[in-house]
Design a protein around this ligand. Structure first.
Ligand code: SF4
Length: 1016
């Protein structure tokens, strides 16, 4: 039976009426025992898992029937929230509530299928046929196109003509296998969803604080006094996490501020809302920095002790007319050598604690932001001046030591050509206010997909290695050069500078990759890692595909046709592939890109010569493994049922294809077989590795007795590593991802722990396991002054017992460095200090700057008319011609998600499809009036790249703004529909957005581009 939304609500109404009839006494006079239904969970088996959608990582209990008999297959029939879970406490949002429908969706794939070149339909094939053929195609392409040496004759061992996209909801254990598979083959075109979402967060927070992750966690939001929601909409995108905002409001009297182009559902329950032009966020935040400095609303003691405000910047660093020193206009890059400190003869940074020196960071910052006056901010952002000042004053109120504000943000800040700089500017505000390391403070990047934090940690990005290490480049031809260039020297004496341990992390990783083949004699297998010459991020790689330079592609748990910008370009690119392999639980638009779906996908099927394999994978409910929520918690989950039909777990798909490729190399030889054959793949069943053995491998082992300075054995040979502090660079330890060391120890699987005891301020260190070292609030030593007194005694996290630091959280600090030791709390940075000046950590400047989106409604940047756009943003040649101008496309469009749907997955789930069955766009009342568009009319929204048609929702939620003296209208475009799934067919919203990315990470600019709107 198919129910429309109206029928569903009608049916629901009937139920309510029925219940009311009973209540009013119209019930049958007698109850018949035979008619009563047994409680539905009696005889059901309960299995713990986590929601597969967003990174709140809500706990779920899955109930299945199947009595364990050989022929009785368990089937999950009910899912509810896990009441013990410290974050979700039994709640699920509309997406989580529809999880059963996802598992049993009609869109689930049951057996492998094949689409021949030019064919119009799928043909069922066996796993054997599929994996044999895929292994053959991959090997042949690798042998033909593998590059052993570059044009300079340097050894590079890379393979560029086939690539892979890794999932964002599969387990970490699958991610480890993905990495080993892709890198063994030499692939550089490896990427994951992080590229399309939070990469700018990592790029901004790592140079600011030392790590790129959410600093605090979901529950800790309740400790805040002010919550700024900007560049995100957690009430809608992270609904259960948002309950901690409400907790802060109700129990803590917190003020909740929302700054967003749309009056969204977070705004609906906030204390204050003000609009902003999409793409102007950096101007707003730099205006806040200017306000704090000019009104002297900074936490002086914190800024002095824990930031680099006092450090002196080199004389030759400059900023002029939108450009920092060192710009090369031809290459569109910076020589960053001037973006650093003046140094003494030992190489340590000079500083002036009195802030008198005009070259102190704080003084250069004052100068840099003085242009961002309230008037300029208002002009550029369209935010009324009194609203802007209200936000400034409210944030400034937390510059005292005993009040905090927390910032919640997501893709609204990342999806810009200057996304990293928006986040940098917010990080600076939080440092000036003394809010980093504090309970109720922090820069809380709300990750999107359920395991995209994990896939980022595992380094599934074109130029990365696990644990935030970098893949070597062409120029790093030997391990000594690589380690020298990637291991930072301390900027100040006596600081931790924890990345000085990089050689230990790297060698331990290499011992995991190559096992016994990695020896000091062969530099731990350094030559087998592919070396890069440039980025092969998704935008660059799809551009190569568009140019016909890519032959094969694997999309594992990824739907790039729906997720990448400029859908029509993606179609053209995929059409040039020789073969595409889709590994997914669901039918995706990517796998079916060759199907003509009328105006939704108007392709010439017979002309598309790509052969396509559609391989059915398990979903979250059908596998064991761990996923990492936004707060860095690794949570272990369990399978409640087997995958449907002939579907396999992803680990088996990857394991089988890889084993077959290895067998081919063993049998027939080929080009550069060493990395393929030497990759450690010593699982009990090579074709089907278990998550448990991979998780232990990821944690790491002692390969010899590990001794302390006195020669005492601290970890016997063969034992799992207790943490990363025992790692060695001599080949006696292995660990795939150093930040995960400690997740599975001799004491067992730490990720599966379920002690939800609150040790104070909502911290639950006995629940699951958080990286690094189970710390729940990063930089928590910064919550106390240098002498160890908490800035706010009410939110004391750590205490010193005379010998060690302890408290409600694990110290993010050397546990025996006493108060007054002078060791600063930002232990991952070479100066130990939070950075207001990011030195060379960013590609587009040590201070943030407002640059306009690539498609801007402004004639030029009012701050520096000659440098309107981010001067280092990469616009590929083919994309330049696909950019539109304001005269043809007068409105600013911004894309977003809605509560009932998650990206393009939930449209397969019946409950969610009923709740939001049809595509719509939001148009402000004023603009709709001008264009004669009424609510429910069909409208055509077009950009230079294509068009979509959708129903118009005419709303007060989008106001006409006054920007630089002109009216400006913005269009809201939810991005959830497509031509696969249970909803009505719709257009892929990314048809409209441009293929240009953030200057630091190439994350696409989905949040601000130009469109036209007309009645269809
Ligand atoms: S989508 Fe997010 S908030 Fe909703 S139930 Fe799933 S994890 Fe929780």
């Amino acid at each position: 039976m198919t129910l429309g939304r109206r029928q569903f609500l009608k049916a629901g109404g009937t139920c309510v009426a029925g219940a009311s009839a009973l209540a009013l006494g119209f019930a049958p006079p007698k109850a018949y025992a035979g008619d009563s239904r047994q409680y539905k969970l009696v005889r059901a088996k309960e299995t713990r898992n986590n929601c597969t959608y967003c990174s709140v990582g809500c706990g779920i209990l899955m109930y299945s029937l199947g009595d364990g008999a050989k022929n009785a297959k368990p089937s999950i029939f009910h899912i509810e929230g896990d009441p013990d879970h410290p974050v979700s406490r039994g709640s699920l949002c509309p997406k989580g509530a529809g999880l059963v429908d996802f598992i049993h969706s009609a869109g689930r794939l049951h057996y492998p299928e094949y689409r021949a070149p030019g064919a119009k339909e799928w043909k069922r094939i066996s796993w054997e046929e599929a994996t044999d053929r895929i292994a053959r195609l991959l090997k042949d392409d690798r042998d033909k196109n593998f590059i052993e040496r570059n044009e300079k004759g340097e050894l590079v061992n890379r393979w560029l003509s086939s690539g892979m996209l890794a999932s964002s909801a599969a387990s970490n254990e699958t991610g480890v296998l993905d990495f080993k598979f892709a890198r063994a083959l030499g692939m550089l075109g490896l990427d994951c969803q992080a590229r399309l979402c939070h990469a700018p967060t990592v790029a901004a927070l790592a140079p600011s604080f030392g790590r790129g992750a959410m600093t605090n966690n979901w529950v800790d939001i309740k400790n805040a006094n002010v919550v700024l929601i900007m560049g995100g909409n957690p009430a809608e995108a992270h609904p259960v996490g948002f309950k901690w905002v409400m907790e802060a409001k109700i129990r803590n009297g917190a003020k909740v501020l929302v700054v967003d182009p749309r009056f969204n559902r977070s705004a609906a329950v906030a204390d204050f809302y003000t609009p902003i032009r999409a793409g102007a966020d950096a101007a707003f935040m730099l205006g806040v920095v200017n306000y704090l400095l000019t009104h002297d609303k900074i936490q002086h003691d914190y800024v002095k002790a824990y930031t680099n405000a006092a450090l002196i910047v080199r004389e030759d660093y400059t900023f002029d007319e939108g450009l920092f020193s060192g710009y090369n206009a031809e290459k569109r890059t910076y020589d960053k050598s001037s973006w650093t400190y003046e140094r003494d003869e030992k190489g340590f940074a000079l500083q002036d604690p009195t802030f008198q020196n005009p070259r102190c960071v704080i003084n250069l910052l004052r100068k840099h932001v003085e242009r961002y006056t309230p008037d300029m901010v208002t002009q550029m952002c369209g935010t009324p001046v009194k609203d802007f000042l209200y936000v400034c004053e409210t944030l400034a109120s937390t510059s005292v030591p005993d009040l905090t504000s927390t910032f919640l943000f997501a893709l609204g800040w990342t999806h810009h050509t200057s996304g990293s700089q928006v986040i940098r500017s917010a990080a600076m505000v939080q440092l000036l206010l003394g809010n980093i390391g504090m309970a109720g403070g922090g820069m809380n990047a709300l990750r999107g997909h359920s395991n995209i934090q994990g896939y980022t940690d595992l380094g599934l990005l074109s130029l990365r290695l696990p644990g935030y290490l970098n893949l070597p480049s062409d120029k790093q031809q030997d391990v000594a050069t690589y380690l020298k260039e990637t291991t930072p020297a301390a900027d100040l004496p006596g600081q931790v500078n924890y990345y000085h341990n990089t050689p230990k992390f790297f060698v331990s990783m290499m011992k995991t990759l190559w096992g016994e083949h990695a020896t000091s004699d062969n530099n731990w297998g350094f030559n087998w890692l592919p070396k890069w010459d440039r980025s092969y991020d998704m935008l660059a790689y799809f551009d190569m595909m568009y140019q016909g330079k890519v032959n094969g592609y694997i999309a594992q748990g990824f739907n790039p046709l729906a997720a990448m910008p400029d859908k029509n370009k993606t179609i053209a690119a995929l059409s040039k592939l020789k073969f595409l392999v889709s590994i997914d639980p669901l039918s995706t638009e990517t796998a079916s890109f060759w199907q003509n779906e009328g105006q939704f996908n108007d392709v010439k099927t017979e002309d598309i010569q790509t052969e396509v394999f559609r391989l059915p994978a398990s979903c979250f409910a059908e596998e064991n493994g761990s996923i990492v929520n936004s707060g860095r918690w690794l949570q272990w989950h369990f399978a409640g049922a087997a995958p449907p039909g002939e579907a396999w777990q992803d680990s088996r798909v990857i394991g089988t294809i890889f084993t077959k490729i290895r067998d081919l190399y063993k049998k027939e030889g080929g080009v550069c077989p060493e990395p393929v054959l030497n990759m450690q793949w010593n699982y009990k069943d090579a074709e089907d590795p278990t998550p448990e053995e991979v998780a232990r491998e990821c944690n790491g082992y002692a390969l010899a007795d590990i001794t302390d300075d006195q020669g005492k054995v601290v970890v016997p040979k063969g034992h799992l590593l207790p943490d990363f502090s025992v790692m060695k660079d001599d080949g006696t330890t292995s660990s795939f991802c150093w930040v995960f060391a400690g997740s599975w120890t001799e004491a067992g699987n730490q990720m599966a722990r379920r002690d939800n005891t609150d040790t104070g301020l909502g911290s639950t260190p006995g629940w699951a396991w958080a990286w690094p070292a189970n710390r729940r609030i990063l930089y928590n030593r910064a919550s106390m002054d240098p002498d160890g007194r908490p800035w706010d005694p009410k939110r004391q996290i750590l205490e010193w017992d005379g010998k060690r630091w302890g408290g409600s959280d694990v110290p993010d600090y050397p546990p025996t460095s006493p108060p007054g030791s002078g060791v600063s709390p930002f232990i991952m940075l070479p100066e130990g200090l939070g950075r207001l000046f990011a030195c060379g950590g960013m590609s587009d400047g040590p201070f943030p700057e407002q640059y306009e989106p690539t498609e801007t409604p402004l004639a030029s940047n009012p701050l520096h008319p000659k440098v309107t756009y981010n001067p280092t943003a990469r616009v590929l040649k083919d994309d330049r011609a696909r950019m539109g101008e304001q005269k043809d496309f007068p409105y600013v469009a911004t894309t977003y998600s809605i509560t009932e749907l998650f990206r393009h997955w939930t449209k397969h789930s019946r409950l969610n499809a009923i709740a939001q069955p049809e595509q719509f766009v939001e148009i402000g009342e004023k603009l709709a009036g001008r264009l004669n568009i009424a609510a429910g009319d069909k409208v055509k929204v077009s950009s230079k790249r294509g068009y979509i048609e959708a129903k118009a929702v005419v709303t007060k939620r989008l106001r006409t703004l006054n920007v630089m003296g002109h009216d400006l209208d913005q269009i809201g475009i939810p991005c959830h529909w497509g031509f696969e799934g249970a909803t009505r067919k719709g257009f892929l919203a990314n048809t409209l957005s441009p293929a240009v990315g953030d200057a630091n990470t190439q994350t696409p600019e989905f949040k601000a581009f130009l469109v036209n709107v007309e009645k269809a």
